[in-house]
Ligand binder design. Structure first.
Ligand code: FCB
Length: 436
């Protein structure tokens, strides 16, 4: 077997990613909080509770992140803490975020900050949030306020996390806390409003910090025909892929909304992203006119709770796909639920090899943020899915480095993938990664 090392550029960003609601704990003003506790909740008795205790002590986990050798971290701000009531801004919350961001800098960790990651202030939901036009001014003011308070500490911003996923899970399925109105017509109003919010926030941040890079974390998935060679399945998978992966990106590029979702033009939307943020997890197989199905071909490797198929080549495919936007690329999320840590080492090596391939074509992939540092509150799946490089017991708050976490540490510390790492952590991928 050949011995070899795949080196990454010395300024490559090696990171982890989290979101506020999933790690901070006690976000009682968010729409998730009462939803978790509601009678008949799909979460049954699971609660975010203290989560990973970041509001009290993010610094402890930032020590762990620094110990892994990471030099970047993506986190989000909880709007419901910063603006607990309409037009009432909580200076103490902004101070706490300043402290956390400063703690990152002190540890050599570059912050990337998301403004909206699946969680809303309760008062905004009462006002109809994204399916009501009022949301745009509120979001703009929130963005401007936090950019003013925190901008000097934040070189990279994400306005909105996974807009298409959010619209789908909140308006079209019942997996997320409900808006005032569900259904396709509300979704068709919410999507352009999310774009308007994005554009308003983009300009608000740029006004305060012209040099900051601002973008979106866009979930990109691979869609294949369910029946190989079946023309209608093939046509349908291409349509779904276009709607899910491209529709939003094209709108941010030229300011236009497209059929079949909605037609029109949004002012000040064109060219409002400085990089493409890719959240990549898996691929789906599409049957003509069917939705997503959790069914895989024989031999596919599936992560915990039927979350998804491990398909590393898909990461290369989506990177290649977004090259058309001619912007720097950041992998803003990539990971898997794997409580027993049986697959994560192979996952890291095989996915990062695809990133390395892209880098070797001189494609501008600037960094990789693994989802996630420690197990955290996984939305509608509560604590049942464990994505952490560190395991976490939410009761005792005890953390333990998983073996795959040791591997990520070696990768970050050396800025490389090597056959020695593969032999040691995931011998099953040796032949695939280092043939010969
Ligand atoms: C992404 C979300 C993130 C986390 C991972 C597993 O879709 O952005 O918050 O839930 O999935």
């Amino acid at each position: 077997m050949a011995h070899a090392t795949m080196n990454f550029p010395s300024d490559f960003l090696w990171g982890t990613a989290t979101s506020a609601y999933q790690v901070e704990g006690n976000n009682t003003n968010s729409d998730w909080w009462p939803w978790e506790a509601a009678e008949g909740s799909i979460l049954e008795d699971q609660r975010s509770g203290r989560a990973c205790d970041w509001w009290e002590n993010a610094e402890a986990d930032l020590d762990l992140a620094a110990g892994l050798g990471t030099n970047a971290h993506r986190l989000s701000l909880e709007w419901s803490r910063i603006e607990p009531e309409p037009s009432v801004f909580n200076e103490a919350a902004l101070d706490r975020y300043r402290q956390i961001l400063q703690a990152m800098h002190d540890r050599g960790i570059e912050p990337m900050v998301t403004l909206h990651h699946f969680s809303n202030p309760l008062w905004l939901v009462e006002k109809g949030d994204f399916s009501s036009d009022v949301v745009v001014d509120y979001f703009k003011r929130y963005a401007s306020r936090v950019a003013t308070a925190l901008g000097d500490l934040v070189p990279k911003w994400i306005t909105i996390n996974e807009p298409m996923v959010y619209i789908f899970l909140r308006y079209l399925s019942a997996d997320f806390p409900p808006p005032q109105r569900r259904g396709t017509s509300a979704a068709r109003q919410a999507l352009p409003n999310l774009l308007r919010c994005h554009a308003a926030a983009y300009h608000a941040i740029k006004e305060v910090s012209p040099a900051a890079m601002v973008g979106v974390a866009k979930n990109m998935a691979v869609f294949e025909p369910r029946r190989e060679g079946h023309l209608l399945d093939r046509w349908w998978s291409t349509e779904v892929s276009w709607a899910f992966n491209d529709w939003w990106m094209l709108a941010m590029q030229d300011g236009r909304l497209r059929w079949p979702i909605r037609r029109g033009r949004i002012k000040h939307l064109a060219n409002t992203f400085d990089f493409v943020g890719i959240n990549y997890y898996t691929r789906y197989y599409m049957r003509f006119l069917h939705g997503l199905e959790r069914e895989w071909p024989a031999g596919a490797v599936i992560s915990d709770g039927d979350y998804g198929e491990l398909y590393p080549a898909g990461l290369f495919r989506v990177i290649k796909h977004v090259m058309r936007y001619q912007k720097p690329i950041l992998i803003t999320e990539n990971g898997l639920p794997d409580k027993a840590d049986k697959l994560r080492s192979a996952f890291l090596l095989t996915h990062l090899r695809e990133v390395w391939r892209a880098v070797n074509f001189n494609w501008p992939v600037m960094g990789y943020y693994h989802w996630t540092l420690t197990d955290n509150f996984e939305w509608d799946r509560g604590w049942t899915q464990r994505f952490g490089l560190y395991s976490l017991d939410p009761e005792t708050q005890e953390r333990r480095l998983r073996r795959s976490g040791q591997l990520y540490q070696e990768i970050c510390q050396t800025g490389s993938l090597s056959s020695t790492m593969a032999e040691q952590f995931a011998p099953s991928v040796m032949r695939q990664l280092f043939p010969g």
